[in-house]
Design a protein around this ligand. Sequence first.
Ligand code: 5GP
Ligand code: MN
Ligand code: MN
Length: 477
Amino acid sequence: KEALQKKSPYVYLLPEGTVQGQKVPVYFYLSERLLELLEEDAIRQAANAATLPGVVKAIYVMPDVHVGYGFPVGGVMATDTKEGIISPGSIGYDINCGVRLIATSLTADKVYPVREKLMQEILRNVPAGVGSTGKLKLSKKELAEVLVKGARWAVERGFGFEEDLQHIESEGALPGADPSKVSNTAYERGSGELGTVGSGNHFVEIQVVDEIYDEEISETLGLYEGQVTIMVHSGSRGLGHQVCVDYLKVAKDSLAKYGISLPDMQLACMPFSSPEGQSYFGAMKAAANYAFANRQILGYLTADTVRRFFGLSWEDLGYRLIYDLAHNIGKVEKHRVNGKVMELVVHRKGATRAFPPFHGEVPPAYRSIGQPVLIPGDVGRYSFLLVGQERSMEMSFGSACHGAGRLMSRSKAKELVRREGLEKVLEGLVVVAKGKGTIAEEIPQAYKDVSEVVRVVHELGIAKLVARMRPLGTLKG
Ligand code: 5GP
Ligand code: MN
Ligand code: MN
């Protein structure tokens, strides 16, 4: 930590050359409070990544940073498509883990009194939990179709609406996905898990908009105080995990062939343009598309449950997908580096794309306000909606934070629950799950205060605060 230089409020620099072979600087975006929580190992991991072949400009670390597999969660790295590598560990095991936010025209006064019953109904209808399987059991052929079509596959099967696709990052399907690069083991793991939440910090949450920071942008998004929203957080389940496992091995086995030496084997990678790199990229995109389909189904199942619970038509429910985004992903994007436009492989691991107003990849409806940035907080306090701002392009390859980030280890959280009792720790909250095990690990006290995290990206001009949502009830895996 001593090696960090404070450059301006919220900006800490680890200059290039601090560790051996470090080619580019690392920027940490933190408040003083969050700097105190920064782990030495997270600094080391970010510095290690700055030694990788073809890494460009700088590594950026978001305020919700914590130690990850090889590369810190909250990290953004870009590599040259020609000379650079692609690193599975720097994208993450849960490929296209991400967040979806759905607006309704219900108001909290309707939902609050019946929230326990409603959450029980959601628990019944939305599959969640370790190794849970959904209502779909897909053949290899059907699954290969999901891996190419993404969210559209789900819409074609009746899970949602054509308009939804306009409000998903990359329209819910990354082009160039290659199902033939996904292993049979991954197919097997994925065949029964589509449309399931999973476990850990994945969730489906009923929320109420309780604070508006920007009236004009909220109006464009159709958000107002007292409105009920649905938030979904899940990813590519066992299929994406297996793709990461498979290609970490491929990467390790090809290191010698490509003459790559690493400070940490968890950063095992391959040249992006090599056959191995391209195979991983094709498989990663396939897994990402599975995750887009997964959240499409989960969002629809949840909204449909809410709709039936209140006996409403879709129209009266006011179902509208605000946005759906990835926060563990690798993408080829054009960015300006030293005045020159370069094609880069942007690795976002626990980081959200945050493109500014008038960027070509922001959906037309949001073109003038910037891309929605959805930031879950924790099961007890609140979550946030921001929009991407101009400075993200120069400060973080168009990226922002992705959550609050863990404060307490899972075992420490369980210890607290054992000491205090779950009832007391979750006082007043409605949290449902198949088993009580994960809830204890996921208590609000286990997370940093997300309001501190989003304040940093807001102050830096990376993304702008628009609205805050409070949980009415949460389904945990
Ligand atoms: P991750 O992508 O790192 O698995 O998790 C993203 C973020 O989700 C966490 O950093 C945490 O802030 C947030 N989170 C975890 N559980 C919950 C929950 O039950 N409700 C909400 N609103 N946020 C959560
Ligand atoms: Mn996630
Ligand atoms: Mn995940």
